[in-house]
Ligand binder design. Structure first.
Ligand code: SAM
Ligand code: DTB
Ligand code: SF4
Length: 327
């Protein structure tokens, strides 16, 4: 949404109580989806979906221990440690993404946090992608306030940094950085005037209380994130979370999308990782529940995503179309 009317603004609140979030989760499925679709229609064209394309500009060899991640150097996942991509290759990928209908280009790096030399290179990439007329997004790990400002000055629109899960479940997933570290990076990003892209992962063995807590934290940040990616865990061989056989009820995933939509009415809720494991019907339910953004293209960072033509076919069957956007 480009502008928010006063009536729409009245619906945006950052003072949700945890009990209110829990009440939404407890609604009968049809009541929850009806409410989510009603809120969605007040703020968005329900037949439009924002298209983002991801590029891994620096793959593998990450020092962090995120239990879900194929790029951690601590796990034997077959992902090789590659150097930062050259600028020309990034520009080529961004041009292709634009030609294929993406309006936002997200550059991901397997860093704990970027070093000054790396950030200098990435600033050039951001400026070049911005010059193509695409919205720019980066996800590079933790940022200091000055680094966030540098990225903003280079033309960055969004910074992705996820909470991943609830504060209480978090220590079972990551030990090398704290929940507060994440909140501090989000603060630095907001203070620099960058738009926040922040969400989490469903299906890591968390329970409903954890999902309530995570969405409550997101919806009570000083400002709602501009984008909230909801990822379904992609189980990758070699990661600690692959050893556990985690089953998630697809309807519980849809509930998370619906509650996110109701809590954060003008946010783009992105149906992110995990779509390759979802049926078309589940994705359709997620769109009905208020998801209005996807990652488009055959690959996420290191794992598969539905083929672009399959996505266009699905959108066509649903009478949906890509949102016009970019700059
Ligand atoms: N290294 C940076 C960081 O962690 O902030 C940026 C890239 S990292 C891959 C971005 C996000 O991808 C993670 O926070 C996590 O939410 C998501 N992610 C990574 N591996 C995933 C998986 N196997 N399944 C679902 N989501 C995943
Ligand atoms: C987000 O929330 N999901 C994207 C993006 N932010 C960077 C990443 C998904 C990664 C899935 C695992 C992989 O492909 O390596
Ligand atoms: Fe590294 Fe990010 Fe993967 Fe964690 S999620 S291991 S920080 S690339």
């Amino acid at each position: 949404m480009s502008s928010v009317t006063p009536l729409q603004a009245a619906e945006i609140r950052t003072d949700w109580t945890r009990a209110q979030v829990a009440e939404l989760f407890a609604l009968p499925f049809n009541d929850l989806l009806f409410q989510a679709q009603t809120v969605h229609r007040r703020h968005f064209d329900p037949n439009e979906v924002q298209i983002s394309t991801l590029l891994s500009i620096k793959t593998g060899g990450c020092p962090e221990d995120c239990a879900y991640c194929p790029q951690s150097a601590r796990y034997d996942t077959g992902v090789k440690n590659e150097a930062l991509m050259p600028l020309s290759a990034v520009v080529e990928a961004a041009s292709n993404a634009k030609a294929n209908g993406a309006t936002r280009f997200c550059m991901g790096a397997a860093y704990r946090s970027p070093k000054p030399r790396q950030l200098a290179e990435i600033r050039k990439m951001v400026a070049a992608v911005h010059a193509l007329g695409l919205e720019t997004c980066a996800t590079l790990g933790m940022l200091e306030p000055a680094q966030a400002v540098e990225l903003k000055e280079a033309g960055l629109d969004y910074y992705n940094h996820n909470l991943d899960t609830s504060e209480s479940f978090y220590p079972q997933i990551i030990s090398t950085r704290s929940y507060d570290d994440r909140l501090n990076t989000l603060q630095a990003v907001r203070d620099a005037g960058l738009k926040v892209c922040c969400g989490g992962i469903v299906g890591m063995g968390e329970n409903e209380a954890d999902r309530i807590d995570m969405l409550h934290t997101l919806a009570t940040l000083p400002e709602h994130p501009g984008s909230v990616p909801i990822n379904q865990l992609v189980q990758v061989a070699g990661t600690p979370l692959d050893a556990e056989r985690i089953n998630i009820d697809p309807l519980d995933f849809v509930r998370v999308v619906a509650v996110a939509r109701i809590l954060m009415p003008v946010t783009h809720v992105r149906l992110s990782a995990g779509r390759s494991d979802m049926t078309d019907e589940m994705q359709a339910l997620c769109f009905f529940a208020g998801a209005n953004s996807i990652f488009y293209g055959d690959k996420l960072l290191t794992t598969p995503n539905p083929a672009a033509n399959a996505d266009m076919e699905l959108l066509g069957r649903l009478g949906m179309r890509p949102e016009k956007g970019g700059k």
